[in-house]
Design a protein around this ligand. Structure first.
Ligand SMILES: *[C@@H]1O[C@H](CO)[C@@H](O)[C@H](O)[C@H]1NC(C)=O
Ligand SMILES: *[C@@H]1O[C@H](CO)[C@@H](O)[C@H](O)[C@H]1NC(C)=O
Length: 318
């Protein structure tokens, strides 16, 4: 009887905790078709479980006590699509550890203790689309390691200790749609973004940027959202925010800019926030230039007179 129940469980069961072959005792495994998702979250693990099925498509080892990865730990997981290693104590990623994961699409390494990522760290991850490296202790953009990721679409490097972004940092990331460099200590505007021809979403909030030079976004014709709030920004080039036809959201709040930016040719802007800055006048034709504006927040400035808002027909929130 006992045996029968077990057999039934493993044959018909789509879920189990250490039941059946290939599911480590402390994990939960869920199968869908031939593939299996393995969830070992918050299980006090100090190493990645061995014995994982080579049909594992998703492995979540987040919130454990991992401090290192052995070189061949994921060696047989050729079908892995998602790997979550966030909230551990990893200080490095050996170059051999990930190199067979040719199908991997999503890799989370956020909230670890990574201080550098050598050139070969991501070698072989040619399908990787999402890479999260936020909340580590990186002092540099891992420029060489990023050259091996031709399919990357989203990269987060927020909450590190990066001070400078070298000019060629993103030259191999032509597919990138989202870049998050917020909460670092970057002091000069990262000209390296000009290589990101498909970029839609850029977050530079809470850095130490004081100048946005003219034409800063000329390499990003599809940009939709730019966040530069909470930087000591005092100068914005006249052409910086011109001719960005897809730009919908811009935040420059918490800056020291005194002039309202020129939005010529950037006429789809829907949300604009420049609170807490030093703006004293608004252009008379602001609403003609920005006919799609829905949300406008210019609170805590030094504005003493307002233009006519009668052409701001879509405005909902001001
Ligand atoms: C691996 O699987 C084998 C057979 O299924 C088992 O005997 C062994 O204890 C497992 N090892 C670990 C570390 O789970
Ligand atoms: C911010 O940048 C200025 C130079 O523009 C520099 O003097 C200062 O030390 C930087 N602050 C931090 C916190 O990095």
């Amino acid at each position: 009887m006992h045996l029968l129940v077990l057999v039934l469980l493993s044959a018909g069961g789509t879920e189990g905790r250490g039941v059946g072959s290939g599911c480590p005792a402390v994990c939960r495994c869920e199968s869908g078709g031939a593939l299996q998702r393995v969830d070992c979250v918050d299980a006090g693990l100090t190493s990645v479980p061995s014995n994982l099925s080579s049909f594992t498509s998703s492995l979540d080892v987040s919130m454990n006590e991992l401090s290192e990865l052995s070189a061949h730990v994921f060696g047989s997981l050729h079908l892995l699509l998602e790997l979550s290693l966030q909230n551990n104590h990893l200080k490095k990623v050996p170059s051999e550890a990930l190199q067979n994961l040719k199908n991997l699409r999503s890799l989370r390494l956020d909230a670890n203790l990574l201080s550098r990522l050598p050139a070969a760290s991501f070698k072989g991850l040619r399908s990787l689309r999402h890479l999260r490296l936020d909340d580590n202790v990186l002092t540099q953009v891992p420029v060489l390691a990023l050259r091996d990721l031709p399919a990357l679409q989203a990269l987060t490097l927020a909450l590190n200790d990066i001070r400078h972004v070298p000019d060629g940092a993103f030259s191999a990331l032509g597919q990138l749609l989202l870049l998050d460099l917020s909460f670092n200590r970057i002091s000069s505007f990262p000209a390296a973004i000009r290589h990101l021809n498909n970029l839609r979403d850029l977050n530079l909030q809470n850095n130490n940027i004081s100048v946005v030079p003219g034409n800063s976004f000329s390499g990003n014709p599809s940009i939709e959202a730019i966040n530069i709030q909470n930087n000591p920004l005092h100068t914005v080039g006249h052409s910086s925010f011109q001719l960005l036809p897809d730009l919908q959201t811009l935040s420059l709040s918490g800056s020291s800019i005194a002039e309202f930016p020129d939005f010529t040719g950037t006429n789809r802007l829907k949300t604009l926030s420049i609170t807490g800055s030093h703006i004293s006048t608004l252009p008379d034709n602001m609403c003609e230039e920005l006919p799609h504006l829905q949300r406008l927040d210019l609170s805590h400035n030094m504005i003493h007179s307002l233009p006519s808002f009668s052409s701001c027909k879509k405005i909902q929130n001001m």
